[in-house]
Design a protein. Structure first.
Length: 92
């Protein structure tokens, strides 16, 4: 997954978990908990939504590494398989 795909996946997950966060709130590199005001349950829901949407699991030991939107995007891009489609697949 490239940076653009990771950005789209993270933004989609944020819209699902925190629908009141708009595109203007994502400008710069906002901190998830402080600037976007995600509480701990919102953050856990975000991590789960990203795992379901991208296949990238974020262990609790890495939570400090994904404290900002930019860091989360970089983490997702780095951990996903190159060129992998971020859309979950269904089996027939």
């Amino acid at each position: 997954m490239n940076d653009q795909e990771a950005t789209a996946a993270v933004h989609a997950a944020l819209r699902k978990v925190a629908p009141d966060v708009g595109p203007e709130d994502l400008a710069g590199n906002p901190r998830l908990r402080q600037d976007l005001e995600l509480d701990s349950l919102d953050f856990l829901a975000l991590v789960e939504t990203i795992a379901q949407g991208t296949g990238v699991d974020i262990p609790e030991s890495d939570y400090a590494r994904v404290a900002t939107v930019g860091a989360l995007i970089g983490y997702v891009a780095e951990r996903s398989a190159p060129g992998e489609d971020p859309t979950p697949r269904t089996t027939r």
